[in-house]
Design a protein around this ligand. Structure first.
Ligand code: DX5
Ligand code: ZN
Length: 208
């Protein structure tokens, strides 16, 4: 299986910024984890840093919002370079409203599900989104081990997509590395943080 690869920028060593940005350019696009210290117990970066990441890499940005109130901030991410914004199902967003705002800005829409949220919970939303992000760690930190018991959701979503004739992208995010890549199944994209920047990956050779 061939997956598009998105390096997760929060796993980069920011003290070696230029070198890490060169690595990030080898991905298909760049995954940007935005955390508010409330929805998840960590704080990462905001729109100004995201803009700088686009200037530094020239790669399309995939913005993963881990915010309790994404509606209060999504507008700040409507800038050149952002091709998709993913909002958590578990956030306080009124999702259909949020999706419309993102779409009206000409940006693709994603919905993310944390490990404990069953895939079936988002079935109704799937005709309205471009992507489902399946979290295989509890959101908040890179460098965690993949929770492999979450992986059957990928199959479930794939089957639903086929049955309904839908076209959304399936992305797996959390603890992905070369060893567990072959267990991921019918996803289209993987996010890789620590495995990508940790130095063991050979970008461009992720075929399983
Ligand atoms: C976790 C983030 C992930 C994470 C990926 O909340 O959404 O994108 O940074 O990093 P690894 O691949 O190290 O789990
Ligand atoms: Zn992420």
């Amino acid at each position: 299986m061939n997956y598009r690869i998105a390096p997760s920028i929060i796993a980069a060593d920011w003290s070696r910024f230029e070198e890490e940005m060169e690595k990030a350019k080898m991905g298909d696009f760049v995954h940007v984890d935005v955390m508010d210290g409330h929805f998840v117990p960590n704080i990462t970066l905001g729109p100004d840093v995201a803009k700088a990441l686009y200037r530094a890499t020239g790669k399309p940005l995939d913005v993963h919002l881990m915010l309790t109130h994404p509606d209060a901030y999504i507008g700040r991410f409507f800038f050149e370079g952002v091709f998709r914004i993913t909002v958590h199902y578990e956030s306080a967003a009124i999702l259909t409203y949020t999706f419309n705002r993102i779409r009206e800005a000409g940006i693709k829409v994603g919905v993310a599900i944390s490990p404990d949220t069953p895939a079936e919970r988002v079935f109704k939303l799937l005709p309205r989104v471009d992507q489902v992000l399946v979290m295989t760690v509890y959101p908040g930190f890179s460098g965690q081990r993949m929770l492999e018991w979450v992986l059957p959701k990928v199959e479930t979503l794939h089957r639903f997509r086929e049955e309904m004739g839908l076209r959304f992208t399936i992305t797996v995010d959390g603890g992905v590395n070369v060893e567990n890549l072959k267990k991921i199944g019918p996803a289209d994209e993987v996010v890789m943080g620590s495995a990508f920047f940790g130095g063991r990956m050979q970008v461009g050779k992720f075929t399983t």
